[in-house]
Design a protein around this ligand. Structure first.
Ligand code: ADP
Length: 496
């Protein structure tokens, strides 16, 4: 058996990568699919299109290498998290479009739960901040809104799944209805301490237990693909949410090890080992990975606008022709001429959690130009990351000595150096930045013995470049002080 197949089902595209034992990308195929915006703040996907594009890319990747099902040892799945599908068990048809994690339509359901004093229960049992982001309120909305759905769900005629569950169900021809613990931990219905669906939460969100998938480890054989799909049966042996897979793909196996993914947003996850750590600083507690005999937990901090701010420079302000060009502009100047930009376009996430904050550019003087603005925008990704790292250090009680990075914007050397300077820690960029798909491949490969052990996997991890801090302490403190002043301006703007 030569390859492991990773299905990376993301928010904007479905992707398949075939990896070999050395963790090398041997073939890749990618298809974008439709983003549906029925109203401001609402985001939907067509789950059938998600399935079709996933099947297409997996076949296309196999065709590139001219291989058959017999050459694929196992399939691992990693997925956009929290996105909610409800479908008919008999026909396999979704009852409505999938509600995407970004969708804000269920905010009133959450406000109501919090107003009735249930916020603390949710926080304690699930480790999450009560929010429309997670699946629970999305399921409730579908059952309340689609005619007849609630009664049918109670009779066991409808099934719920996040995208991992939906794909496994489709791949097995409707025989297997499961999810993994990491995906379960993002539903706001799963108790991360007992590792079971929680009756009190199901009651609060009015979700019938009959529609829920069985919860399994992230690395185990869930079932086999239908023979007709690939002309042979392939075991499906790994599944985890995208950020958890990136943590695993970066080989963050020990407590205290962490990664930051610089994509549209930034997602920092720190492995905290076998005990969940409750955050005092606005982070969420989540399951990092589940094995047959134990689970490991993580602290997570999310930044809503990171690489998206570079897209904004390119598309709205038309200051750049490509995101990569930001590097050249940033290097043309020595600093930002004392100015800061806080890209709080949709409010501020961890550790500030303020929905009303808005973006601002402060401290501008006459000499401030295009290069300064580009540089200040890039720096804002690093400052936001710095704030979350400080929150993590306080919650975990351990100093961060090294940060592993991935995602599109981690290619930017200026940004990585600045991050290292701010954090006064080393920043390490691996050679393979497809860490999300790699993590899914590892989970599946470990379950079927393609890789023997974590040590076997760890040998594949190779460094592209390490950035070491070189800014003076005085300069660093001065800049961070300025950043926090700028954040106060963004917060103040949200006040009446
Ligand atoms: P996602 O998976 O969230 O779509 P990616 O990991 O593909 O994101 O990263 C894309 C993001 O990274 C975009 O927002 C883009 O603006 C930003 N980006 C890509 N390359 C660079 C670069 N060289 N410098 C700065 N930002 C970049």
């Amino acid at each position: 058996m030569k390859y492991i197949m990773a299905l990376d089902q993301g928010t904007t595209s479905s992707r398949c990568i075939l990896f070999d034992r050395a963790g090398q990308v041997c073939a890749m195929a990618n298809r974008e699919f439709r983003q549906i915006f029925p109203r401001p703040g609402w985001v939907e996907h067509d789950a059938t299109e998600i399935w079709n594009t996933t099947l297409e890319v997996s076949r296309a990747a196999m065709d590139k290498l001219q291989i058959t099902a017999a050459d694929v040892a196992a399939i691992g799945i990693t997925n956009q998290r929290e996105t909610t599908v409800v479908w008919d068990k008999a026909t396999g048809e979704p009852v409505a479009n999938a509600i995407v994690w970004q969708c804000r339509r269920t905010a009133p359901i959450i406000d109501d739960l919090v107003a009735h004093g249930h916020g603390e229960t949710i926080r304690e049992k699930t480790g999450l901040v009560p929010d429309a982001y997670f699946s629970g309120s999305k399921i409730r909305w579908l059952l309340d809104t689609v005619p007849g759905a609630r009664a049918r769900a109670e009779k066991g005629e409808l099934l719920f799944g996040t995208i991992d569950t939906w794909l496994i169900w489709k791949l097995t021809g409707g025989r297997v209805h499961v999810t993994d613990v990491t995906n379960a931990s993002r539903t706001m219905l799963f108790n991360i301490h007992t590792l079971r669906w929680d009756e009190e939460l199901l009651e609060l969100l009015q979700v019938p237990a009959a529609m829920l998938p069985e919860v399994k480890p992230s690395s185990c054989v869930y079932g086999e693909t239908e023979f007709e799909l690939y002309g042979g049966k392939i075991p499906i042996a790994g599944a985890a949410g995208d950020q958890q897979c990136a943590l695993f793909g970066q080989c963050c196996f020990e407590p205290g090890s962490m990664k930051n993914t610089y994509g549209t947003g930034c997602f920092l996850l720190m492995n905290t080992g076998r005990e969940p750590v409750a955050s005092q600083n606005g982070l969420v507690t989540t399951i990092a990975v589940g094995f047959e005999d134990h689970v490991e937990y993580a602290l997570e901090g999310s930044i809503f606008v990171a690489g998206a701010a570079i897209q904004w420079l390119r598309d709205q302000l038309q200051l750049l022709t490509s995101a990569g060009e930001s590097l050249e502009y940033a290097q043309r100047v020595d600093d930002t001429a004392g100015a800061y930009i806080v890209p709080a376009f949709t409010g501020l996430g961890a550790p500030y959690w303020n929905q009303r904050a808005r973006g601002c550019i402060v401290g501008i003087t006459r000499g401030f130009g295009r290069s300064h603005l580009v540089r200040a925008t890039l720096e804002s990704l690093a400052y936001q990351t710095y704030d979350i790292c400080k929150a993590m250090e306080q919650d975990a009680g351990i100093p961060i000595r090294s940060l592993k990075v991935d995602g599109g914007a981690s290619a930017n050397d200026f940004l990585m150096q600045f991050q290292s300077d701010l954090n006064t820690c080393s920043v390490t960029r691996p050679r393979c930045i497809e860490t999300t798909a790699l993590g899914a491949a590892y989970l599946a490969g470990l379950a079927v013995g393609y890789w023997e052990s974590l040590d076997d996997v760890r040998r594949n991890w190779a460094v592209d470049r390490v950035f070491e801090p070189r800014m003076s302490a005085g300069e660093r403190d001065e800049r961070i002080r300025g950043w926090h002043k700028a954040v106060r301006c963004a917060l103040l703007w949200g006040e009446e």
